[in-house]
Design a protein around this ligand. Sequence first.
Ligand code: 5AD
Ligand code: SF4
Length: 453
Amino acid sequence: MSENSAPTPPKKVHVKTWGCQMNVYDSERMTGLLKPLGYAPTEIAEEADLVILNTCHIREKAAEKLYSELGRLKKHGRNADAKIAVAGCVAQAEGAEIRARAPQVDLVFGPQSYHRLPEMIARAAREKGEVLETEFEAEEKFDALGQSREAEGYTAFVTVQEGCDKFCTFCVVPYTRGAEISRSTDDITAEVRSLAAQGVREVTLLGQNVNAWHGAAPAGSGADDWGLGQLCRHIARIDGIERIRFTTSHPRDMDDELIAAFGEEEKLMPYLHLPVQSGSDRILKAMNRGHTAEDYLRQIDAVRAARPDIAISGDMIVGFPGEDDKAFEETMALVREVNYASCFSFKYSRRPGTPGATMPKQIAEEIKSARLLELQALLEDQKQAFNAGLVGKTLPVLFEKKGRSPGQLSGRSPYLQGVFAEGPESLIGQIVPVLITGTHPNSLSGILQKEAA
Ligand code: 5AD
Ligand code: SF4
């Protein structure tokens, strides 16, 4: 990892296996899955940071053997902070009883859940306030999308939420960034007020799962807990703030209040980045997304009912393990139905330590590349059509800086496109009506309708 912490000694995992050859194989698999989280195998239970008891139900008195081993571990002194996990068929069959009889056990999981072991270990570590040393690659282009930035002139990014508890099976963020946490309403309000006082007109609220944000409502407001919709409405009342955006959202956290805010709060810009990743329910399940393609489409319908002109943006992954032609076709069909204004798309890349990396049916590079090309051609057509649909319309543009050629200004439309127009520098920092006259690969051009006062 790129963090500049001193290297910590590797953690150790001890796996005790009962039963058949299958169980021996499973134990090896678990050891392998834990390697990227910094766990090296050890034969000595007493020196382990994690003890996994891999049980077998076929053998007689399996449960008794388990409890006697748990008792032995307790008596013979183990690493004080060691975690104890019970895996295998006894865990599957008697999970609740094990938890009741042996409270020292941290994790209980059956053979169907081994692929989720890194996730479970990361969660258990977090609950104890530990930091995991992982071997994930330092280069994280995906993370960069969620980085907080300093105020730049008239627009600013404000981090309101960090971390992720979703554990999509392709993604390292839950391991590297930790659990979902929300910044307090008061802190956010204070920062936005100070930015507004410095001349900022537009704020973008940032978070890996920004719409999971929740916080206490300010005293006297009559509400207990706020979601992102209320936060946007609240920020809209801060003097000087004219535009609000937020990114990145998750379909599981879209609530009615946030959707309603798009229709009711004029300062909330008509742009929503709502990644879906795939159009196939089978792949969405393997990705552990927690929603179907239909759930997503209904959300898009609801958002469009609230704000018909909204620009929808998203993220797509092609070539996730197990993605066959039919699943890819379902992604293309979903994209056709949504009709994106813009959308990021990626070839699936195996991230060590994530469950996806060890899934069977990895997709060949050539197939991933061909699918990405096909998807991107469709997305590019949709983007150009969205842009072309704005020609002849007058849009409010927030001018942020000088353009590339002399006398030109550069700004943004409500839909987040770059807009160029000729105009005096005095308009920088102002929101001005611009008649859109042309589209370019990555921007629009137009003519000022009137000079702002
Ligand atoms: N492979 C491909 N794309 C990925 N993303 C995250 N992890 C991976 C991966 N392993 C993409 C997702 C996410 C965006 C920020 O990066 O689409 O929404
Ligand atoms: Fe969290 Fe999934 Fe987004 Fe990764 S892709 S940050 S796991 S919601």
